[in-house]
Design a protein around this ligand. Structure first.
Ligand code: SF4
Ligand code: SF4
Length: 129
């Protein structure tokens, strides 16, 4: 990841439609079983190199629903092994796609103290014209 969707998700579908790397699945496909949309951390790149801000949070109408998570990097491999929050995909051979298997890009300008503590990615949704 490094953004996470919490229980205030109203399942509106906006984020799924706007993720450039198809990292988001809807509530019916959430592998953790929670009744909300889910960001697949092993796919999310925080929109690095594509947009200036994470698009999912920019468009989400539920303020505070999408918050920063830890970088999907090897030093946080244990963090993403929490099966209560994450269900990482596996390769055909059965290897879990953890950060140790493959790291993902993340926004290096977001300090660790802003991550993993429900710090909002976007305070106000961007008005679409
Ligand atoms: S931050 Fe970007 S890549 Fe990650 S889930 Fe949101 S829209 Fe997709
Ligand atoms: S845009 Fe926000 S409220 Fe809508 S599905 Fe995504 S996380 Fe849930």
């Amino acid at each position: 990841m490094s953004v996470i969707i919490d229980e205030s998700c109203i399942t509106c579908d906006a984020c799924l439609q706007n993720c450039p790397v198809e990292a988001i699945v809807d509530d019916s496909n959430n592998p953790t079983g929670a009744n909300r949309y889910y960001v697949q951390p092993e796919k999310c790149v925080e929109c690095v190199g594509i947009y200036d801000d994470p698009q999912c949070a920019s468009i989400c109408p539920s303020i505070g629903c999408i918050t920063w998570d830890m970088p999907f990097s090897k030093e946080f491999d244990n963090h993403f092994s929490n099966e209560g929050l994450y269900k990482l995909a596996s390769t055909k051979e059965g290897t879990i796609k953890s950060p140790a298997f493959k790291e993902r890009k993340y926004r290096e300008d977001i300090p660790l103290k802003m991550r993993g503590v429900k710090k909002e990615v976007q305070v106000e949704p961007i008005e679409k014209v």
